[in-house]
Design a protein around this ligand. Structure first.
Ligand code: DGJ
Length: 731
């Protein structure tokens, strides 16, 4: 990794592990993009500059000779700005004191820092050599500092912007995106991840066209609707081939990501905080920091892009204490009991998994407040343990779980409350909403106004007390609705359009103060399943409940989509009971449910008192296999997606250790096609020269044969079946 500035040509070269990013300061003084892709030698790239001298082009500085062949509208700016002749999507729109919305951002210097400074109040990747490029509008003193970080252990570049009002009068940001990036050509497709509750991160593709492909959230959450991710790929790129640029925003509130084909023959990518409802006034000297965007590059199709993200998040984003450590193997009671439990029932559930290898019991919703028997009451009353279900408080249960050698986890939903709760009766002003208007109810709850410090202080104090006093080891942090009626009491009218971003900062402050105060406690995120699955949340929550849909067939699709940018270890994947609750009764075998759930941070979510002796033995054997063969690959290995359930009857994930000595391949077939032909699967990621033994086939072959010729697979049996292969290097 290195960042170099060539003085003679005013060219910056940012070399990462396998990538090069380059731009130069053009004769007009603008930072003009040259290249982002596979690592290349530092030769002149001037022949790739964008001409654009047609009749309606607006030209920069006429005083410079030959200027008429250049125009703003074709210039590949490092930060697309507005008002002087570039009519594409700007990354920044500032309303200056005079009321004009111009910004003319010229190079004003740069710094090369050995490591990346953190963003105040927002999570971001750590480490990495960093270039800070200073841009300035000489007319208004409005400045933009662009941060670029490269890594020697993963093929991503991290970017963000800091906008500063250097004027003596206020200026207002009406758009403050994190980046813009110009790709050569327009023959690309955009892949994004759409969804809804129990149906998260399904893949969709559309072509880049003249105009803007835009995906966004207006939910004040990164949302289940569209994940803050796009992949821009060569037309026809596959899992294994073609160029792919993946863009993932480290942000948990309303955002937008755009890809625009322009008439100059480029594709402009830009995005950041959603500006559709955003207005941020900067007083003289004030700055605004944008969230970080992580841009991965792969010359080897989508799977290379995913591995770049996975490595980046495991090495530089997720809590170092937990990211590579074996995860708690959880039994969660939610699908087993929902709200209907008491101490005796919970003890029996714990007893029933003794000897299986499950090491953590997580008590889900329903343990608090006087009346938490449905979702309509007591939410927010963390200071009261339900006196009917747990008459002696939490301690007897915690002690019982610990006496069995297990760890104890507990559910909270710190951001929400019920109208029928002690906390609301005591603090009716703590909620989000416009006074006098009806407050929309989501999952029977309202929301705490996290943009206010006193509200956050209250939550931090109450939640931390429960964690501390009960010696908890694990917290499941849920969030079951989205913000409506965005309005914060006591904030000036002109500042109400800050709400969505302030909410994100409030969530991060809350996480920081609860997660940091309990460094030994493992935190799992959740948002009615995977409704807020984003890199910023992953910084605090080392794994996230991937979906409330725990059906194995549905999970193949959800986990496939999620793996586009999030590592397997970040996905909580549980075996639940059949007939499945969410899919109205689909029945998949325990083997299938286990095999699919073991492609993530695994656990069980059911009433274990219903286990037969055979069930218990099967769970025990599954966990032995997980611990011996899967866990390390899930935590540290490389993922290869061999079959796509969105496009075929099959799903297949192959996991390979970094030293290429160990691998597993899990293959799933949706439905039985009568008299179907056998499948040929070519493995990936192995060392061609190493000999491997596949125990299930009793076959020893070189990596070369396994990857080029492949193996033949024949399913026997009905629908929703899995086959799992252990592929180990022969010493
Ligand atoms: C939604 C979550 O996704 C579930 O796992 C469970 O925790 C419920 N909330 C509890 O209310």
């Amino acid at each position: 990794m290195s960042i170099i500035f060539e003085k003679e040509t005013k060219t910056f070269w940012l070399d990462g592990k396998g990538t090069t990013y380059s731009f130069f300061i053009n004769p007009f003084g603008y930072a003009e993009h040259l290249y982002f892709g596979k690592k290349i030698p530092h030769e002149s790239l001037m022949h790739t500059r964008a001409y654009g001298g047609l009749s309606k082009g607006i030209h920069p500085n006429p005083a410079i000779e030959g200027q008429r062949i250049w125009s703003y509208n074709y210039m590949k700016s490092e930060l697309a700005f507005f008002g002087t002749g570039d009519y594409r999507e700007p990354a920044v729109l500032v309303e200056n004191a005079a009321g004009d919305r111009l910004s003319d951002l010229l190079y004003a210097g740069h710094e090369i820092l050995p490591t990346k400074p953190a963003i105040s109040g927002m999570p971001s990747l750590d480490g990495g050599e960093t270039l800070v490029l200073h841009l300035k509008d000489e007319h208004t003193d409005f400045c933009a500092d662009l941060y670029y970080t490269v890594y020697d252990d993963c093929d991503v570049i991290a970017r963000r912007a800091v906008y500063r009002n250097g004027a003596k009068t206020p200026a207002t940001l009406r758009r403050a995106y994190s980046f813009s990036l110009s790709l050569p050509g327009r023959d690309y497709e955009v892949t994004s991840l759409w969804g809804s509750w129990a149906h998260e991160r399904f893949m969709q593709k559309t072509r880049v066209h003249h105009g803007v492909v835009s995906i966004d959230s207006k939910n004040t959450s990164s949302s289940a609707t569209l994940n803050p991710f796009i992949a821009v790929s060569d037309l026809g790129a596959t899992e294994k081939a073609g160029q792919v640029w993946g863009v993932n925003l480290v942000y948990s509130s309303s955002y937008v990501l755009k890809a625009q084909g322009d008439s100059g023959g480029h594709t402009l990518l830009t995005g950041g905080i959603n500006d559709f409802d955003f207005y941020w006034t900067l007083e003289a000297g004030e700055s605004f920091e944008t969230p970080e965007v992580v841009i991965a590059y792969s010359a080897e199709g989508f799977s290379g892009m995913s591995r770049a993200f996975h490595d980046a998040y495991r090495e530089h984003l997720i809590n170092k204490r937990f990211v590579k450590a074996p995860r708690p193997l959880v039994l969660n009671n939610w699908e087993g009991t929902t709200f209907d439990f008491n101490l005796e029932k919970l003890k029996a559930i714990v007893d029933a998994v003794e000897g299986t290898g499950i090491d953590t019991f997580v008590l889900d919703d329903g343990w608090f407040g006087t009346d938490r028997n449905t979702s309509t009451a007591s939410l927010g009353d963390w200071h009261i343990v339900n006196p009917t279900k747990l008459p002696g408080g939490l301690k007897p249960l915690v002690d019982y779980v610990k006496s069995k050698g297990m760890k104890m986890g507990l559910w909270f939903e710190p951001e929400c409350l019920n109208e029928n709760s002690e906390v609301y009766r005591a603090h009716p002003d703590y909620i989000i909403g416009v006074p006098g208007r009806i407050h929309g109810i989501g999952r029977d709850s309202w929301m705490m106004d996290l943009t206010r410090k006193e509200v956050r202080d209250y939550i931090v104090e109450t939640v931390n007390k429960v964690i501390r006093e009960n010696g908890l080891d694990y917290v499941k942090w849920d969030y079951n609705r989205n913000v409506t009626e965005s309005f914060s009491l006591g904030r000036a009218a002109k500042d109400q359009a800050r709400f969505a971003h302030l909410y994100a900062l409030g969530v991060y402050d809350l996480c920081e103060r609860i997660v940091e105060a309990n460094p030994n406690v493992f935190f799992e995120g959740c948002s009615a399943g995977g409704g807020r699955f984003d890199p910023a949340m992953l910084h605090y929550f080392s794994q996230i409940w991937t979906s409330d849909n725990s059906d194995a067939e549905a999970r193949t699709l959800i986990q496939y989509g999620t793996s586009m940018c999030y590592p397997l270890s970040s996905m909580s994947c549980h075996v639940s009971a059949v007939p499945n609750h969410q899919t109205y009764g689909r029945v998949c075998s325990m083997k299938t449910r286990g095999d699919i759930a073991h492609l993530g941070a695994t656990g069980y979510e059911l009433d274990s008192t219903a286990f037969t002796d055979e069930d218990r033995e099967e769970v025990r054997a599954q966990i032995v296999d997980y611990k011996e063969n899967d866990e390390d690959l899930v935590l540290n290995g490389d993922l290869y997606r061999l079959a796509n359930p969105f496009e075929s009857n099959f799903f297949a994930f192959q996991l390979v250790s970094k030293d290429k000595k160990q691998s597993t391949m899990t293959l799933y077939r949706r439905t039985n096609i009568c008299n179907d032909y056998p499948l040929r699967m070519r493995l990936e990621g192995l060392d061609p020269k190493t000999m491997y033994h596949i125990s299930e086939l009793d076959l020893t072959l070189s990596g070369e044969i396994l990857m080029t010729v492949g193996i033949i697979i024949k399913f026997r049996g009905g629908d929703f079946l899995t086959l799992k292969y252990h592929v180990n290097a022969v010493e």
